[in-house]
Design a binder for this molecule. Structure first.
Ligand SMILES: [Zn+2]
Length: 425
């Protein structure tokens, strides 16, 4: 099958105890750098899946060609460095020509892939593919391999990851460097520094070979950012990724469409004032446009977001997004973001007497009278509600609670072909 581009898909070679799938991909990208057709892809899969690996990221590389001997070399290398600890199922896919499982890929990011769906996809790609498993029969990692190699990019960001080759556990953190880099390169770079907690976010904390990761929109700026750090890495690689794109979020109209293990975005009315439960988490009751009831919980850990949600009032129209809990009794969303679409700005009250300021009494439907002064009024009094939450602003969790796929407010999708045409017309 020479003459065709070769796709390599890798998943689940990392574990909680070390090893890292991006490290494996970076090594392969450097080894065959002369035939690399794009940056390696780092595709984050559905974050709501309970059996996911840490970060739930799958990798894919596209080369213009590889000889049979080189393919063997890739397989030997990946399988020898994959650790396969615990519940991981390290997998490698090699495909000649495009994999073209686009719908499978998007489902792996937004939903759950069943065993049957995986088997069907493997049947389809079998004539042009080979796969390798670290543990016989443990093929779940192939979901990520197929998804990463098939992923279609409607939006993308980049991450520059620096690695250390020695397995020493020392990982110096240069707080000032990161702050400096952030102030010069953000918002083209993002998720560098948690200004609330005063901590850098580019350093991982596990015993893996990653020294730092700088995320952002423009590869050249990421490279400049790396130069501003005193950290010296053994080697580095740039990944094209769906991090920061909200690709996992599905817009729905009704709570009936809120399926467990998915991340949804829904517009709904706030049905009762927010309640704070033990632990400082905030619960709001919601009613969607079809009259279905639902709930959203905003954990204390979401920091800023949790504090904003407390200020909602019954009657507000909001858009909220987050992961759907696997509960069957009712629809509960773990809130990850909020926009106030239409704030409730007024409220009605039984009128007070303009002379003695006592509350008036209702005499019959909608008519009020002051017992003392005899003054009459028709209808309730409409009063202005003071709000300290801005409409149409995107409220998000604090930096420390930000997850890979969440799109930072302020960044937007790359232009669609239609938008490009409309600008040029
Ligand atoms: Zn009165």
């Amino acid at each position: 099958m020479s003459g065709l581009p070769v796709w390599i898909g890798i998943d689940d070679t990392d574990s909680y105890y070390g090893g890292c799938t991006t490290w494996v991909a970076a090594k392969l990208a450097l080894r065959f750098k002369d035939r690399l057709l794009d940056f390696p892809y780092l595709v984050r899969l559905n974050p709501e899946i309970p059996w996911k690996t840490r970060g739930n990221g799958a990798l894919a590389l596209k080369f213009s060609s590889l000889t049979d001997k080189e393919v063997e070399e890739v397989a030997t290398f990946v399988m020898s460095v994959a650790r396969g600890d615990g519940k991981t199922s390290p997998s490698l896919l090699i495909s000649w020509g495009d994999v073209r499982q686009d719908r499978f890929a998007i489902k792996a990011i937004r939903d759950v892939i069943t065993r049957r769906e995986l088997e069907r996809a493997l049947e389809k790609i079998a004539p042009t593919s080979r796969y390798f498993l670290k543990k016989p029969g443990k093929s779940r990692g192939l979901i990520g391999c197929i998804a990463a190699a098939s992923h279609q990019w409607s939006d993308a960001t980049y991450e520059l990851i620096g690695y250390r080759d020695d397995q020493s556990y020392e990982r110096p953190e240069f707080r000032e460097d990161v702050l400096w880099m952030d102030s010069l390169t953000a918002p083209i770079t993002f998720a560098n520094f948690d200004r609330e907690a005063g901590k850098p976010l580019i350093y991982p904390h596990g015993p893996d070979p990653v020294l730092f990761g700088i995320r952002g929109e423009d590869v050249r700026v990421l490279k400049a950012g790396m130069m501003m750090l005193r950290n010296s890495c053994s080697f580095w690689m740039v990944f094209k990724t769906n991090q920061g794109t909200d690709e996992h979020v599905v817009a729905i109209r009704s709570f009936e469409q809120a399926y467990p293990y998915t991340t949804v975005s829904i517009e709904a009315h706030v049905a009762s004032n927010p309640t704070t439960i033990s632990g400082g988490h905030v619960v709001i009751d919601l009613i969607d446009k079809d009259g279905n009831h639902g709930q959203a919980v905003f954990y204390r850990q979401t920091g800023n977001l949790n504090r904003v949600v407390r200020r909602l009032v019954r009657g507000d129209l909001v858009r909220i997004w987050g992961g759907v809990r696997p509960e069957t009794q009712r629809k509960v969303i773990n809130g990850q973001g909020l926009t106030l679409v239409a704030p409730k700005n007024t409220y009605e009250e039984v009128p007070s007497c303009p002379f003695c300021h006592r509350k008036m009494k209702e005499v019959n439907a909608g008519r009020y009278i002051c017992d003392t002064c005899g003054v009459q009024a028709v209808g309730k009094a409409r009063l202005q509600l003071k709000r300290d939450i801005l409409p149409n602003r995107i409220y998000q969790p604090s930096a420390s609670a930000f997850k890979h796929l969440m799109k930072p407010a302020g960044r937007r999708a790359i232009l669609t072909p239609q938008e490009v045409r409309s600008i040029l017309s």
